[in-house]
Design a protein around this ligand. Structure first.
Ligand code: SF4
Length: 462
């Protein structure tokens, strides 16, 4: 592979990559002790809370600036990759370039682990870290930066990245941070459309995110979840004051789509803010739902494996799958209970939207016979998620995704006729790094339809 342009000082010119051995040696789970763990930003709050959680366990994790290196991302990709791959490639190259300039000779590539998870399944997410490995390998001065990867294949197991005794605690706290981040995001979308003065909510949420980071750093390592929850409740209490009670309810819009695009505000050109500009209150699908889905899917696979081997009476594999079933069932039970507990506490203070159980979403697909979990990907969540938005009385649904994204295109193809039938406004918003001049007009037209729907049918409370 030939890298085209020099972005680093002369001694860091790119070279041809002659061997792909690095894909197995330098991508995977590595011990993170004494390393700087570089996390690309996705949903801003969630990424910062995950980094704070890692720090609470003694891992030096930092969130990299995002989109500042988009030119590099575009340059070192061919244009055929998914947009999140281009953004994150730019983020890591930009970070290392800036770090190298800052530290000079004391820069040591071995001090860093770049964090890029992957997903099993029919789309391209599993290839990001392989592709980015090839790009990093083409620069002799940074090719020793390892890529730390968690995978959906084992339900994002953390085994091997820290001491064995801490793995379970880190996993629990990381999941808890995902739920708390979802709630802060939902608080933002709940209060911003009704704020007393423009800008109050953004300022408040930014401040709150930093409070929660400190709380996770101080309490996450010891699992003092009550202390973190007390802080969250305090934040919600303050946030409620921002709401102007004289502003009447607005049309409720649900968002589904590809996880990175729908949560990364630069990548989606701040679509939620534009919807709000035209009079919407928005609820975006959560991150915890995806984490629950990966655990649910592994449990589902283990059950299938068990029954296939039971038919052939193969005792060894049956025991292996049984062990997996018990383990994933335990994880899923914990996640769903924890999520429910936190939402219950929070919803006694403010009416935020809740998540559905993944089993319920699969049930919807089975009953309607429109898609199947066997296919996998986020379409498993987006399609029934849209059906649930429609049943819950939302006034419109937006599907946010990277241009050419496979699962989201499937979602669109299946859901469009359904939404026509249900007469609920629906909009596809594919994004890449270009600005589409007609985008805002499309959103405005969609919101006009949502207002009409709202006038005719009203909206359900959360
Ligand atoms: S979900 Fe879509 S954007 Fe993400 S890797 Fe798969 S195809 Fe690409």
């Amino acid at each position: 592979m030939l890298i085209r342009r020099r972005i680093f000082p002369k001694e860091m010119e790119s070279t041809k990559v002659a061997s792909f051995q690095s894909l197995t040696e330098n991508v995977g789970r590595f011990d993170l002790t004494n390393k700087s763990v570089l996390i690309p930003e996705m949903n801003r709050i969630g990424t910062h809370l995950i980094a704070a959680t890692f720090r609470g366990f003694g891992i030096n994790a930092k969130v990299m600036d995002t989109c500042k290196g988009l030119d590099l991302g575009n340059e070192y990709t061919s244009g055929k990759e998914c947009y999140p791959c281009q953004i994150t490639t730019g983020d890591i190259l930009y970070f290392l370039k800036t770090e190298k300039e800052k530290l000079g000779n004391s820069f040591n590539a071995e001090d860093y682990v770049y964090f890029m998870p992957e997903a099993d399944g029919p789309c391209r997410f599993g290839m990001y870290n392989k592709y980015q490995r090839i790009v990093l390998d083409s620069f002799p001065e940074i090719n020793r930066v390892k890529i730390g990867s968690l995978t959906t294949k084992d339900g994002y197991s953390l085994t091997g990245i820290i001491e064995k005794e801490q793995v379970r605690d880190l996993r629990k706290t990381a999941y808890f941070s995902v739920v708390v981040a979802d709630i802060l995001d939902r608080l933002l979308w709940r209060i911003r459309p009704y704020e007393k003065e423009p800008g109050m909510t953004d300022e408040f949420i930014e401040k709150s995110m930093h409070f929660m980071e400190n709380s996770f750093e101080a309490n996450g390592g010891n699992q003092k979840f009550d202390k973190i929850l007390d802080k969250l409740n305090e934040i919600i209490g303050e946030g409620k004051v921002i709401i102007d009670p004289n502003i009447p309810p607005k049309p409720l819009i649900g968002i589904v789509g590809e996880i990175y695009l729908r949560t990364h505000v630069h990548a989606n050109q701040d679509v939620i803010r534009i919807l709000e500009k035209y009079g919407a209150e928005v609820v975006n699908a959560s991150i915890a739902e995806w984490v629950n889905y990966t655990t649910y899917d592994r449990l589902r696979d283990a059950k299938i494996g068990f029954y296939l081997n039971l038919k052939q009476l193969r005792l060894g594999p049956m025991m292996k799958y049984l062990k997996q079933i018990l383990s994933f069932k335990g994880d899923l039970f914990y996640q769903e209970i924890k999520q429910k507990q936190v939402y219950k506490k929070v919803r006694s203070l403010i009416d935020l939207a809740e998540d559905h159980k993944v089993a319920h979403l699969e049930n919807i697909l089975e009953k309607k016979d429109i898609f199947c979990f066997d296919v996998g990907t986020e379409a498993c969540l987006s399609i029934p998620g849209i059906v649930e938005y429609a049943r819950d009385g939302y006034n419109g649904v937006v599907n946010v995704y990277p241009f050419t994204c496979i699962p989201s295109t499937i979602t669109s193809a299946i859901v469009r006729p359904l939404m026509n039938e249900l007469k609920i406004p629906y909009l596809d918003t594919p994004y890449d790094s270009s600005i589409q001049p007609g985008r805002e007009t499309a959103i405005r037209t969609f919101m006009y339809q949502a207002h009409q729907h709202f006038k005719q049918h009203g909206r359900k409370k959360h």
